[in-house]
Design a protein around this ligand. Structure first.
Ligand code: SF4
Ligand code: SF4
Length: 103
């Protein structure tokens, strides 16, 4: 089972509002680029390649940004992608930014 890397799921993902990432400069920089891209028409998921998106780790695997604070609380269990895909039933059900994609 794999989670779609789609604009729909990027919008639902809570990683960018998660305390684990809140203070990360690397995440803030990626977020700025994403906002610029979406403002310029780029609805195209083609332009939103995985490395540019600081989230949806259940689909893409571990975070590229290394300045995240993994002592904070993961918000995956509040997310509709998580609920829709029954990620609570997976071997690893949270902290996909550290543990890698959902399997
Ligand atoms: S996977 Fe969980 S801990 Fe990691 S950024 Fe997303 S919501 Fe936060
Ligand atoms: S389950 Fe976690 S990593 Fe996956 S979309 Fe939701 S908040 Fe993001």
């Amino acid at each position: 089972m794999s989670i779609d890397f789609s604009m729909e799921n990027i919008k639902k993902c809570l990683c960018m509002r998660c305390p684990v990432q809140m203070e990360s400069q690397c995440v803030k920089d990626k977020e700025k680029i994403m906002i610029l891209m979406t403002q310029q028409d780029l609805d195209s998921p083609m332009r939103m390649d995985e490395e540019r998106v600081p989230g949806l780790y259940c689909s893409t695997g571990k975070a590229i940004c290394k300045d995240i604070n993994t002592h904070q609380i993961c918000r995956c269990n509040e997310c509709s992608v998580w609920m829709g895909n029954r990620l609570d039933k997976k071997e690893t059900s949270k902290y996909f930014c550290i543990n890698g994609k959902a399997k």
